[in-house]
Ligand binder design. Structure first.
Ligand code: NAX
Ligand code: K
Length: 566
């Protein structure tokens, strides 16, 4: 598990390092600039072999300072370098000003305007360095600056992305939320053409080929539009790990010792955003959890009995998928709670999964007298009316409970049901279900972002979990899982973990099943949800294109073996 930092945390860590006297801001800036040059040469080895032309676009803060360092280091490699500066040199912060002065001994600086850039910069460089804004972006750029950034982002038809290297972030991207703060052109707002998710039809897609960030990735690289605009993200160590660790330890948090164990690449950050002194917590889990609940000679009920409530005849596939997922991931026993009329259909399709006739709330009440049923799953293919009628009994039973699909719609229609949610529930909405359950939170997330740090999917999921009084897994390529205390985990299916073929009918049902199975094995809700989401993507990646939902549970044994699960 690696942590994502917020921009405030990054600033705090940098400040602590500088205060310690062991490193100066100027040294950090030099390391950052050198890290970017190194990343460029690693990405395009041919560029290391000769001298080329670079255009470096510097902004008014320390991101711009990094830009001056990069310009100087490239010139030392005998590159031809053209530098533009947005803003006045006198107002640069001290370290950036020092590097500006150093650069001025080597070359010119042109004021950054779209006109000058078009004249002197456009299409003339092998590499463009975008060092306009990094973690300090505090509001939506406007006027000419916004227009220029849109131009860089491809709005005018020029495409710089293949040669663009962004320092820390594509300028205009909020590194806390992954939202592009650059507003759409006025005419697009006027015409309400702003139809893209997160309200930013701004950068045509990819802004940069490569984004080089420092010390640790930031949440914005993985959320919302971040992955689309960043290209590839490379993290360069600038020697702040001592302070990063101390920053965490100071909060009384410890990292789980992952001795020799393979830790899945998951990203997590914690603590209320915007805090002067935000918290980062480590979730103490690793893949050993998957082995932990499997002991030789144990009885099947040791691993829990999960009950998946099934829908009407003709609609039972979704619950069967969930049940299969729960069984494959290691629940000891999985039963489907089936209406009488659907029983022939279900029994014709399942073998190791048991069935129980559950037509009514009374039937469910009876079934739950069996205390060995530790976990419930409601929603997939259930039908809203059946979900609404079974939910009161299911929720009052206070078992570990996964609520998906129709159960979420039923919940959203009845505040009395929402009030029954408890600590051991996990809601797994996609964006549409999330909007039905939490309309105000969803509207805030979709609104045009005008200041940074912008409201993020992490914020929204935390707020939803607090409002619902249980855990929430907000699905998407940037899945976020949060519990009501604010612990949050980002489980992205991006970059090296991209699995576009996971967007297939029934895939969400299998995810609900995976989480159900892990809960049945005794894992805490947040851990089960996170691991379920992680394994879900791993199964899709392992299977590859052509995947259908049925394949996901069947891929699990291979994935778990590869992860070293005993
Ligand atoms: N934090 C760290 O540990 C390090 C940071 N470094 C660099 O420093 C950057 C952060 O520097 P800063 O905090 O100076 O922030 P930035 O350089 O990202 O931007 C801040 C400047 O932009 C202005 N600004 C913000 N939003 C604007 C808008 N919408 N329109 C016009 N002006 C706007 C601010 O007024 C300020 O002048 C990082 O992204 C990174 O590139 C590196 O030098 C190395 C170490
Ligand atoms: K930048």
């Amino acid at each position: 598990m690696s942590e994502l930092l917020t921009t405030a945390q990054m600033r705090a860590i940098e400040a602590a390092a500088i205060e310690s006297g062991r490193v100066t801001g100027l040294e950090l800036m030099e390391r950052a600039g050198a890290g970017v040059v190194e990343a460029i040469m690693e990405e395009w080895p041919a560029l290391a072999k000769s001298s080329y032309r670079a255009v470096v676009l510097c902004g008014p803060g320390n991101n711009g300072g990094d830009g001056f360092v990069i310009a100087r280091l490239l010139m030392e490699r005998e590159w031809e370098v053209q530098v533009f500066l947005y803003g006045a040199p006198e107002t640069l912060p001290p370290d950036a000003k020092t590097n500006y002065d150093l650069w001025c001994r080597l070359g010119d600086v042109l004021p950054l305007s779209e006109k000058d850039f078009r004249k002197d910069g456009r299409n003339t460089a092998d590499i463009y360095i975008d060092a306009i804004f990094g973690t300090g972006l505090s509001r939506a750029p406007d006027g000419e600056l916004a227009q220029f950034l849109r131009h860089l982002g491809g709005a005018g038809g020029d495409d710089y992305a293949a040669r663009m290297v962004s320092v820390d972030a594509p300028s205009g991207l909020c590194l806390d939320s992954g939202r592009v703060l650059v507003p759409p052109p006025p005419e697009a707002i006027a015409n309400l053409l702003d139809a893209r998710p997160h309200g930013a039809p701004v950068y045509s897609d990819r802004f940069a080929a490569l984004t080089v960030t420092f010390q640790s990735a930031k949440a914005g690289h993985f959320l919302a539009e971040g992955p689309a605009v960043c290209g590839k993200v490379v993290v360069k160590d600038i020697g702040l790990s001592d302070w990063q660790k101390r920053n965490l330890a100071a909060k009384g948090e410890t990292r789980h010792p992952a001795k020799g164990l393979r830790i899945p690449k998951l990203f997590m950050r914690d603590g209320p955003k915007g805090d002067a002194d935000p918290q980062l917590r480590h979730l103490t889990y690793d893949m050993a959890m998957l082995s932990k609940y499997r002991g030789a000679g144990s009885h099947k009920f040791t691993y829990g009995h999960a009950l998946v409530l099934c829908g009407a005849a003709g609609k039972t596939g979704a619950a069967r998928l969930a049940a299969r997922g729960a069984l494959r991931i290691g629940a000891g026993v999985v039963s489907l709670g089936v209406p009488a009329a659907a029983m022939p259909e279900v029994t014709a399709q399942v073998t190791s999964i048991m069935t129980a006739r559950i037509d009514s709330a009374e039937d469910l009440h009876e079934a739950l007298k069996d205390s060995r049923i530790t976990t419930l799953c409601l929603g997939p293919g259930m039908g809203i009316a059946r979900a609404a009628s079974l939910l009161p009994v299911a929720l009052r039973a206070k078992r570990k409970t996964v609520l998906d699909a129709d159960a979420l719609t039923a919940l959203s229609q009845d505040p009395a049901l929402m009030a029954l949610l408890h600590d051991d529930c996990i809601l797994t909405p996609h964006a549409g279900e999330f909007a039905r359950l939490f309309p105000q939170i969803s509207a805030r997330l979709k609104a045009l972002a005008i200041s940074g740090p912008a409201y993020s999917k992490v914020d929204a999921t935390r707020e939803a979990a607090a409002a619902a009084g249980c855990s929430v897994l907000y699905k998407g390529l940037d899945t976020v899982i949060a519990d009501k205390t604010g612990r949050a985990i980002l489980s992205p299916a991006y970059y090296s973990r991209a699995a576009p073929w996971l967007a297939t009918a029934g895939s969400g049902d299998v995810l609900a099943g995976f989480i159900t199975g892990l809960l049945a094995r005794g894992m805490p809700v947040l851990v089960a949800s996170e691991m379920g989401a992680y394994l879900h993507v791993e199964c899709a990646r392992s299977f590859g294109p052509g995947l259908i939902a049925e394949d996901l549970p069947e891929e699990l044994p291979k994935v778990m073996r590869a992860l070293g699960v005993a």
